[in-house]
Write a protein that binds this ligand. Structure first.
Ligand code: PBG
Length: 326
């Protein structure tokens, strides 16, 4: 469809051909700028669907290896591992399953993939909070930080390429950096969930990771959605503590913060398109109200246009086939 008499000042003239649109497109990116989350669940016999997340399932380790192999063939290079242990505890955090999982994945794929590990306690604790709590259910920061350090170091020892703390505790990035360095893992980067809001959009994830809080919510430690200053300050602080990569989360509802955080920190800032954001598109498509792939790509371009250096999405593995640059 063409406009028959474009005015001299027409904006339609440059939109009429795909070649013209491509020539001046400002958001070009490809599968290499994506991170695919993977859930590995201890003692699981067979893959389990997660409502809303489509082909991102809860997986036993053997199935995760198959999924990563397929994804790697399609060009996905970055994976974010969510380790879901069978035993939940409140004082000691067990890292055996995590270490075994990481070592097995890295043995299988070596340098073909870059394996990030989500570092948090919510999948490990019986109460599902991201911290260890004291007898009065207050956050025990010292014990929490040392558990996060242990998870990070155990991950790096097992061969993880990078760690991604998502807990939002004060000082965790500095603490993890020091712990990694103390264990000789100077080269292991930290991708911090630096601006992470208390959000309603984490619902499907909490099913996947069995990490819903048993009481209360996460507003004591995640950022209030009304707090623009706090949201920027949280990333600035993480950058100062040694984070190599920063992130806003949920990505779509935080798009306005990507540019100011990039300006303030001079660090690459990614966007995590979280489970509820992804599931919203998935369920709309299931009801035939949108075309899933074009809606998905649209949201990615928006995140990119907002300045996202990289995107974490449950649809990362689709990026290769969706006509993005390679
Ligand atoms: C763990 C963690 C969460 C997510 C990533 N890491 C859940 C939460 O903080 O409640 C959410 C990811 C998603 O919804 O896709 N702390």
């Amino acid at each position: 469809m063409r406009a028959t008499t474009p005015a001299p000042w027409s904006l339609l003239r440059m939109r009429q051909s795909p070649h013209l649109r491509d020539l001046v497109a400002e958001t070009t990116f490809g599968v290499k700028q994506f991170v695919q989350p993977v859930f590995v669940v201890e003692d699981l016999r067979a893959p389990e669907d997660v409502p809303g997340l489509g082909d991102t399932r809860r997986l036993p380790l053997a199935s995760a290896l198959d999924a990563i192999a397929d994804d790697a063939d399609r060009g996905v290079r970055h994976f974010l591992l969510f380790n879901v242990p069978a035993d939940k505890q409140d004082d000691e955090v067990g890292t055996e399953h995590l270490a075994r999982t990481i070592a097995t994945i890295k043995q299988a794929f070596g340098a073909r993939i870059f394996l990030w590990i989500d570092v948090c306690l919510c999948a490990y604790t019986t109460h599902g909070h991201c911290a260890l709590l004291d007898a009065r259910s207050a956050i025990d920061l010292d014990r929490t930080l040392s558990s996060l350090d242990r998870i990070a170091v155990a991950s790096a020892d097992a061969g993880a390429d990078g760690v991604a703390p998502s807990d939002m505790m004060d000082g965790r990035t500095r603490s993890i950096r020091a712990a990694l360095d103390g264990a000789g893992h100077h080269a292991v980067p930290i991708m911090s969930y630096s601006t992470k809001f208390a959000s309603s959009f984490y619902g499907p994830f909490r099913d996947a990771a069995a990490s819903a809080p048993a009481f209360g919510d996460r507003r004591h430690y995640q950022i209030d959605v009304r707090g623009r200053r706090d949201a920027i300050a949280a990333s600035v602080r993480c950058a100062g503590e040694g984070a190599d990569l920063l992130m806003v989360k949920p990505g779509m509802t935080s798009a306005d913060l990507i540019a100011p955080i990039t300006r303030a920190t001079k660090k690459p800032v990614g966007a995590y398109q979280v489970s509820g954001e992804y599931a919203a598109l998935f369920l709309l498509a299931e009801r035939k109200l949108v075309d899933f792939d074009s809606a998905l790509v649209e949201t990615w371009h928006v995140l990119r246009r907002a300045g996202a250096a990289f995107i974490i999405s449950y649809g990362a593995r689709r990026a290769a086939s969706l006509g993005l640059a390679s």
